[in-house]
Ligand binder design. Structure first.
Ligand code: NAD
Ligand code: UD1
Length: 338
């Protein structure tokens, strides 16, 4: 199958490209390199043996996107990763987020409609659930008002896709990721955070390698067993594999509804201190951290009910927390060499 991967040189997109290629699919990447590096194409080739086709342009450019789809109307499925994703930045600059994340989506859906391309997989987030009343959280849990413009772009995007699916031949699938961490086992691709990381895992690895001085653990007074907040961390390669299954399900016409959504998590929650413990155990390194106040906007705990994804997609996350933290560390070590 010929699959368009938007944002394919980014963190999750690059891992997904490798898994698609490993499953025999042809990948064409579109990315404007606003948050990734052209060298990732060579890294992908090093792992899979195949350099993906690549076009560099901004998906908010309607003319370029229209032209791209005219030239590539034989694409069978689209996996749309391209978006901005920094929560704090979205609070400071909401219009930048609404423009980038929503205009690009509209342009792609229009291109699909005009060229009869049917299958669209969308990167959504567990952020749409806010702090769920019941855990583990299922796909039927009520969507809560987004805590940030970034989160709001995910909610609005799901609605845009839903409305489009109702009146066109397009089929949509929203994959709601929990907390993707880790890197490919080769340590040839991984996450490349620009500037000071907001997310826990890259902050841990950068602290231990000496780029940051100390990790601040945001709050130890949550109503959790050790007082720190709990998340469902999931290995990025498990996420990537789910996308291969998702797009194959669509192209092979196995969907039960024209718009489906799935949780991509492991179903296990780990506290911040448990992640640190795993990291220290598997790497033998010591992390310098201190407990500080809670971070504004953080929820206490969330983890996924994965039954629907397990049953319907036949997919299950395979890698445990130790594999996640070790692969993240190996990637940090590899980055030092670059
Ligand atoms: P990333 O920043 O590493 O990758 C996104 C890629 O999209 C980058 O390579 C960037 O250059 C590109 N891009 C952004 N805007 C573009 C545009 N207008 N035109 C063309 N290319 C553009 O991010 P990621 O972590 O790989 O995330 C991928 C997707 O998954 C995003 O939609 C993100 O919101 C979503 N998501 C990520 C996480 C996470 O923790 N990483 C969690 C939930 C959801
Ligand atoms: C954040 C975003 C979410 C986004 C996800 C992936 C917020 C409120 N949510 O989720 O929308 O989909 O990233 O990009 O920003 N922590 C520390 N110290 C740190 C960093 C994090 O203690 O320096 C803690 C946090 O308080 C949290 C956990 O680690 O309990 C995970 O944090 P993070 O990796 O930022 O992810 P989320 O906040 O879950």
């Amino acid at each position: 199958m010929k699959i368009l991967v938007t944002g394919g040189t980014g963190y999750i997109g690059s891992h997904t490209t490798v898994e698609l290629q490993n499953s025999g699919h042809e990948v064409i990447i579109v990315d404007n390199l606003s948050n990734s590096n052209i060298n990732v194409l060579d890294s992908i080739e090093k792992i899979s043996g195949i350099k993906p086709e690549f076009e560099q342009f901004d998906l908010i450019d309607t003319e370029k996107t229209t032209d791209f789809f005219k030239r590539n109307n034989d694409i069978q499925g689209i996996i749309h990763f391209a978006a901005f994703k920094a929560v704090g930045e979205s609070v400071d600059n909401p219009l930048m987020y609404y423009r980038n994340n929503l205009f690009s989506l509209v342009n792609i859906l229009q291109g699909m409609k005009d060229n009869n391309i049917e299958n669209f997989v969308f990167s959504s987030s567990c952020t749409v659930y806010g702090q769920p009343e019941e855990l583990p959280v299922t796909e039927n849990a009520p969507i809560q008002k987004a805590a940030s413009p970034y989160g709001n772009t995910k909610q609005i995007s799901e609605e845009i896709i839903f409305d489009t699916v109702k009146v066109s031949g397009i089929k949509g699938m929203a994959l709601r990721y929990f907390n993707p961490i880790g890197a490919h086992k080769s340590a040839i691709i991984g996450e490349l955070p620009l500037g000071i990381p907001n997310n826990l895992m890259p902050f841990i690895t950068q602290t231990v390698i000496g780029i940051r001085e100390q990790l601040r653990v945001f709050g130890d007074d949550y109503s959790t067993p050790d007082g720190t907040a709990i998340r469902d961390y999931i290995h990025v390669v498990d996420i990537a594999k789910a996308h291969v299954i998702a797009v194959e399900r669509m192209v092979n016409k196995k969907m039960k509804k024209d718009f489906e959504m799935f949780n991509l998590g492991t179903g296990n929650g780990y506290s911040v201190l448990e992640v640190i413990k795993s990291f220290e155990k598997v790497t033998g390194e010591k992390l310098n951290y201190k407990i500080v106040d809670r971070r504004a906007g953080d929820i206490t705990q969330v983890w996924a009910d994965t039954k629907f994804a397990n049953d319907e997609l036949g997919w299950k996350a395979e890698k445990d927390i130790d594999e996640m933290t070790l692969s993240a560390w190996n990637w940090e070590l590899a980055l030092k060499e670059i």
